[in-house]
Design a protein around this ligand. Structure first.
Ligand SMILES: Nc1nc2c(c(=O)[nH]1)N[C@H]1C(S)=C(S)[C@@H](COP(=O)(O)OP(=O)(O)OC[C@H]3O[C@@H](n4cnc5c(=O)[nH]c(N)nc54)[C@H](O)[C@@H]3O)O[C@H]1N2
Ligand SMILES: Nc1nc2c(c(=O)[nH]1)N[C@H]1C(S)=C(S)[C@@H](COP(=O)(O)OP(=O)(O)OC[C@H]3O[C@@H](n4cnc5c(=O)[nH]c(N)nc54)[C@H](O)[C@@H]3O)O[C@H]1N2
Ligand code: SF4
Ligand SMILES: [Mo]
Length: 758
């Protein structure tokens, strides 16, 4: 089926599987029945951003599309078994049960969980807000609190907007320090950079230095010029010590380019007093001399950027560590300058390119508390650690219904066994998903979405954190099959049914409301290129193209974005038509300085030392003795051929040696009586698993590592290949009671565990 024939056509599409967003060249032919089929997928050499780079996952969009286990029809659970039904039956079931549940228990008895692929789906990006509005519940959870929420919290307090997140200017920096990220496996995160590995190697080729801070000698650490082996959960201490050295040795200089825009510098010295390198050496496992030279090198490098990811955010001090990344970048003179830590200028849909510039309302958390444990709201949601207790704890507002969109919390979130049990207590659950998996097996109704190749794409979210300002739109490669419904229509109709509009409600209602909302705010925004224009006129101009749904929204976002045509205001500006004429994307150049206009703080300056973080430094200092004493801790890791929990049903990705192994250092293996290839029982406060042991000196003594996203042997799921390579679920071990209190983010790295041979 991979023969390429002369009548084949070629399509270009951005890969939506991870944050790198590589351009793909896809050859489409016809099978003997005349049906269009993908023949071959390879990197698009002409893509303006990825230049032909592709990883092993990219070409599996074909296998994903063809996967017989991928759901093509809705499913309803009848007598404990999922059976395929028609769309009419599925909508009727939801219309009969969801409004009734809301009627009996109130809207706050409904919870929503939004998973990671939402960020990679144009439909979900443009319609999930409408879904949440339609559900009308404040009891919202997402994968953000097992991921990047600390990064948002830091950006929110420091720059005034939770999406004003600086990224390392990879292509121009002379010195890169990576903490808790392994882009050789992950391809980068909250830093959109296709061929991240190539960009790292280019730093070295131009004479720069790359330092990796990680408890494992990861593939990225191997490539780096220096591997700093750190004890898990202590990056905030290391960064505080680096900042301490910069200040104490007189090396701190924010630079003339930003000096007038920065407040709080004078408060930092005293606040960081407790974090001299000697004070943190034992707990971080990094000796004082190494810390000092890291600081000195950052100060001395012509340009430098510090970048922290999952290993820094999913810890007890995730927010403070993320803040300290910004502090160190600022003190070393690298904030908002080429080669340093910079902000993207998103071409479409960027919150930092809308509204008043230079100051704003700032960032607040705690506009509500979770019902059971009283955790503060952050960015409109609660810590996913609380989902189970919200379902199982009786009382007013007890969660009785759940909607999941593109999420698999049963494998991806802490204390998974407890959550799985809780889901069985629900009265009604609906999932919008592609598979019958560990989470959706609990759903009463599963609404499928077409494959990635059957949907249009634009990375509305991830291009906000890109290392260049680019835009790329992909139309669907393959048509919808009989009876298939585009993802946005599924989401929109569910929203309407939740509002009591019945099984036949028309998704166009939601779509029209959404576009009118976008137009309405743009014409009122003094900084918009359509400020003061007539909303109806803009709506007619948009509609003339015949576009609806996400396409119409992307067109509007492009045209009113910083490079947009403004509906005639700038005839050379971009639009969806423009991107259709440029199937390899458009490059709007390297990042440009954005201070102070990007700021949304009430003061109009960078709040480098907000109280919330200075206060948290006391908690950090107080934790040093306990961190010193920790014995064995568990961390995670990723593999290039995986994608969180959901791509293990693709044979070419999972075949070969089992990858869900417990990595143990040889010294620990000897001390604990564990043998390579044997099995170990790993026990935490909340659970235990038995995993195969891989003895390797690439991990720090005292640390063990198990990847997440495995454990595909649960009854009721239908992912046949995944079940053959089940592995164990590491989140059975992660503790729902430990989190970063400032962001509500789970601790997924640095989990205390006991180990014994099994
Ligand atoms: N192939 C593949 N790519 C992916 C994904 C995937 O599952 N597979 N998932 C995607 C998603 S959703 C995300 S968010 C990104 C994540 O992207 P990354 O942040 O790059 O994630 P990882 O590859 O897990 O790398 C995290 C590293 O942190 C280290 N670490 C653990 N604890 C600590 C600690 O306390 N301190 C420090 N300094 N390091 C620590 C781990 O050993 C690991 O090497 O990847 C995305 N890309
Ligand atoms: N221990 C540990 N746990 C972790 C992590 C870790 O490093 N260590 N990483 C965390 C991180 S960074 C993340 S982002 C989370 C991910 O957590 P989740 O988002 O909850 O889980 P995923 O594994 O990404 O599952 C995605 C689900 O979406 C479905 N899906 C895929 N594509 C689409 C689509 O286009 N539309 C729809 N409607 N559905 C789709 C899949 O079938 C699957 O059910 O996991 C977290 N969990
Ligand atoms: S690196 Fe990410 S975006 Fe690029 S091909 Fe692989 S999965 Fe797709
Ligand atoms: Mo993630």
């Amino acid at each position: 089926m991979t023969d390429v024939r002369t009548d084949d056509r070629t399509a270009f599409r951005t890969c939506p599987l991870c944050e790198a967003g590589c351009g793909l060249e896809i050859t489409v032919g016809r099978d003997d029945d005349g049906r269009e089929r993908v023949q071959r997928i390879r990197g698009d050499m002409d893509d303006v951003f990825s230049h032909g780079f592709i990883c092993p996952k990219g070409s599996t969009l074909k296998q994903l599309h063809d996967d017989p286990d991928r759901l093509r029809a809705p499913m309803i659970k009848r007598d404990g078994e999922h059976v395929e039904v028609s769309w009419d039956e599925a909508w009727a079931e939801i219309a009969a049960r969801l409004p009734d549940l809301i009627e009996r228990h109130g809207r706050q008895s409904l919870a929503a969980y939004i998973g990671n692929p939402t960020a990679h789906s144009l439909s979900a990006m443009t319609f999930s807000r409408a879904l949440l509005t339609g559900l009308g519940t404040r009891v919202r959870f997402s994968a953000s609190t097992v991921d990047q929420m600390p990064r948002h919290v830091a950006a929110g307090h420091v720059f005034g907007s939770p999406v004003a997140i600086p990224v390392p200017d990879l292509d121009r920096t002379d010195h890169l320090v990576i903490l808790g990220a392994n882009p050789y496996a992950s391809n980068g995160s909250v830093c959109t950079a296709p061929d991240f590995p190539g960009r790292i190697e280019a730093i070295q080729e131009r004479g720069g230095k790359v330092v990796v801070v990680d408890p494992r000698r990861s593939r990225t650490a191997e490539q780096a010029d220096q591997w700093v082996s750190i004890r898990p959960g202590t990056d905030a201490l290391l960064l505080a010590a680096i900042a301490h050295v910069l200040l104490a040795e007189g090396l701190a200089d924010v630079g003339d380019h930003v000096r007038e825009h920065i407040a709080g510098l004078d408060r930092l010295g005293a606040a960081l007093d407790a974090f001299a390198p000697e004070a943190v050496a034992a707990s971080t496992g990094v000796d004082a001399d190494t810390i000092r030279s890291m600081a000195r090198e950052l100060a001395a490098a012509p340009t430098a950027a510090v970048y922290g990811r999952i290993g820094t955010t999913t810890t007890e001090f995730g927010s403070t560590a993320s803040w300290l990344v910004d502090v160190v970048n600022t003190l070393s003179g690298n904030l908002d300058r080429p080669g340093g830590s910079m902000f993207a200028t998103p071409v479409a849909g960027g919150a930092t390119t809308r509204g008043r510039r230079g100051s704003g309302k700032g960032f607040r958390v705690g506009r509500g508390q979770s019902r059971v444990s009283g955790h503060p709201e952050v960015m409109g949601e609660y810590p996913v650690n609380c989902l189970a207790e919200e379902i199982t704890t009786p009382g007013d507002g007890q969660v009785r219904g759940l909607v999941t969109l593109a999420g698999n919390p049963v494998l991806s979130t802490p204390n998974s066994d407890q959550l799985a049990d809780a889901l069985d207590d629900l009265e009604f659950m609906v999932s919008i998903d592609m598979y019958l998996n560990e989470t959706t097996r609990h759903a009463d109704v599963i609404l499928p979405v077409p494959s990635q190749l059957q949907r249009a794409h634009y990375d509305v979210l991830l291009l906000q954190f890109a290392v260049r300002n680019v835009a790329n739109y992909s139309p669907p490669v393959l048509p919808l099959g009989d009876g298939e419904i585009d993802e946005w229509e599924v989401i929109a109709r569910l929203s309407l049914i939740a509002q009591g509009m019945g099984a036949d409600a028309d998704p166009a209602l939601v779509d029209d409301l959404a576009i009118d909302g976008l137009i309405g705010s743009a014409v009122k925004d003094e900084n918009s290129n359509v400020y003061g224009r007539d909303a109806d006129e803009l709506r007619s101009a948009l509609d003339a193209s015949g576009r609806r749904g996400p396409d119409r929204m992307v067109d509007f976002m492009l045209r009113t974005g910083p490079f947009g045509d403004g509906f005639g205001a700038d005839p050379d500006g971009t639009s969806l038509d423009d991107l259709l004429e440029n199937p390899h994307g458009r490059d709007f150049g390297a990042l440009v300085p954005r201070l102070p206009e990007i700021l949304r703080t009430p003061s109009g300056v960078v709040e480098l030392a907000p109280d919330v973080f200075l206060d948290d430094l006391d908690r950090l200092a107080a934790a040093i003795p306990e961190l010193d004493d920790r014995s064995l801790v568990l961390v995670g890791r990723r593999h290039l051929r995986s994608n969180n929990s959901w791509m293990h049903n693709i044979n070419v990705l999972v075949k070969g040696a089992p990858r869900c192994t417990l990595q143990v250092h040889p010294d620990d293996a000897v001390a604990l009586g564990l043998a390579h290839g044997g099995a170990a029982r790993v026990t935490s406060r909340v659970g235990h698993v038995v995993a195969p042991v891989e003895v390797t000196d690439s991990i720090r003594p005292g640390v063990v590592s198990l990847p997440h996203g495995w454990g595909h042997d649960l009854p009721g799921a239908r992912m046949r290949i995944a079940a053959e390579h089940a592995g164990v679920n590491s989140n059975v071990l992660s503790d729902d009671r430990s989190m970063d209190p400032l962001s509500g983010t789970s601790v997924l790295n640095g989990i205390p565990v006991d180990l014994e041979p099994a």
